[in-house]
Unconditional design. Structure first.
Length: 464
């Protein structure tokens, strides 16, 4: 039986990916576990492995083409089946409304029977990618066309028929199918377009309710249509990348969902500057160079333990706040493709040197788009260091569903007062944006005050 391999759901709300490279071509013998293709999702670039050993008899999707979760991207058969294999029609992405588990027994039986008659649907399994399991979605769902809310019937149709109906302006719900089990076929759409066989599809069963199990996604950013001819001068148009689309959606979700407020402050960090310079001299032989970020992360973790509201999420569906007792610190990294936020897990349990090494490693691989999914999720608090780009103050956007983000600016020399004397000192700007539904201004001020105390004198990190 052909193995129809669908683009798997790799979690984190990812519903599509762009094909970057096929490692095999039609006719190749493939082995389970070896790379089949490379895809770019809105979060990572990753290899999708071969799901089972056999012969690759069909691929769907060209390089730079977008494929969706549930779409068949490859067909693999055993060696003895290769000669008798018949290429099935191309599939289209599964609509997000389709049920992934809750299909009625009657429908499941009918779908299985019709699939067996067509010989289109094979076995779909589960495959591992990196340190994540990528479960393939339910096979054969893409032949269903479901009426929207208020509809009282359902129509089964081939993907090609659906596409033709959309392109030709034919209401597929009014076409009588001549295929197995009343399925609407390509010829039926062509006939309906000519006015030959269009007729209401008979009611064969009670309406079926389908529950969506897809992960919630950020609201889409909608912009006015751009017509090049309307510009008064030369323009350049560029398609949004997967990553940029995700950034747009996530930023909109954060700003529209969480009422933002921001606290601004400055901290005199001359002692921290001296400590860092001293440690860098000591570590020079080891090839390690400390930035200020490991010290900031340590201070943040200590402050989060004391101020639990800033290490939480809001669960409105259950009318509760979830206070997290683990401290996974996200680092906003500027890359050529856009903002990426790798996460240092259990940062509170790591020393300055270990944090420095992880920061360098994660930042480098973020710029190369080589992060694993496990390295960009489960953050509880985020730090964005625009000081590395010579920025001073900023008003960062919360990495939703987290409830706070700390922005750190460029450390510069300024006049400061020490023992009633004006002297030169090193000063760093701080910006804390927070979700005002959970965090009040007083909570923010107390958190920032503790940060200032620790960064002004790093020995205080051990005292709070």
């Amino acid at each position: 039986m052909p193995f129809n391999f669908q683009f798997p759901d790799i979690g984190e709300g990812i519903h599509e990916g762009k094909i970057l490279e096929w490692y095999h071509k039609t006719g190749d013998e493939v082995k389970e576990g070896e790379p089949l293709l490379k895809v770019e999702t809105d979060k990572v670039v990753t290899d999708i492995p071969v799901p089972q050993t056999g012969k690759l008899v069909q691929t769907s999707g060209k390089v730079d083409e977008i494929v969706h979760v549930g779409q068949v991207i490859a067909v693999i058969v055993g060696k003895h089946e290769a000669q008798t294999f018949t290429t099935p029609p191309p599939t289209e992405p599964v609509h997000e409304n389709y049920a992934t588990e809750h299909v009625s027994p009657t429908l499941a039986k009918e779908k299985t029977a019709s699939a067996d008659e067509d010989g289109l649907y094979g076995v779909v399994g589960q495959i591992p990618v990196g340190n994540d399991v990528l479960p393939a979605t339910n096979e054969g769902r893409d032949d269903l066309v479901l009426n929207g809310a208020g509809g009282n019937s359902r129509v089964t149709a081939t993907p090609v028929a659906r596409k033709m109906a959309a392109e030709m302006g034919v209401d597929i719900n009014k076409v009588r199918g001549t295929g197995p089990s009343g399925r609407v076929m390509k010829d039926d759409i062509e006939a309906a377009a000519r006015g030959g066989t269009a007729a209401p599809t008979p009611q064969t069963s009670a309406p079926v309710s389908y529950a969506s199990t897809a992960a919630p996604v950020a609201p889409k950013v909608v912009a006015a249509a751009i017509i090049p001819g309307e510009f008064s001068g030369p323009v350049e148009l560029e398609d949004l990348s997967q990553l940029r689309r995700t950034i747009a959606n996530r930023m909109s979700q954060s700003k529209y969902t969480a009422p933002h407020a921001t606290s601004l402050d400055e901290v005199e960090v001359s002692k921290l500057v001296a400590l860092r310079n001293q440690k860098n001299k000591e570590l020079e032989r080891e090839g390690v160079k400390l930035s200020y970020l490991p010290f900031i992360i340590k201070a943040v973790c200590v402050a989060l333990r004391k101020h639990k509201k800033l290490n939480a999420t809001l669960d409105l569906d259950r009318n509760r706040v979830v206070y997290k007792k683990y401290y996974n610190i996200g680092l906003a990294v500027d890359t050529p493709d856009g903002l990426v936020v790798p996460v240092i897990k259990n940062a509170d349990q790591k020393g300055i040197l270990q944090l420095a090494r992880e920061i360098e490693d994660l930042s480098n691989r973020a710029r190369e788009r080589k992060l694993a999914l496990d390295e960009i999720r489960d953050g509880t608090f985020t730090i964005t260091n625009y000081g590395s780009l010579n920025g001073n103050f900023g008003v960062p956007v919360i990495n939703y569903p987290e409830v706070a983000i700390l922005g750190t600016g460029r450390i510069v020399q300024k006049p400061v007062i020490v023992n009633d004397q004006i002297v030169k000192g090193w000063v760093q700007p701080l910006s804390l944006s927070f979700d005002h539904r959970i965090v009040d201004g007083g909570d923010s001020a107390r958190f920032v005050n503790d940060l200032v105390t620790m960064l002004a004198d790093p020995t205080n990190i051990l005292m709070l």
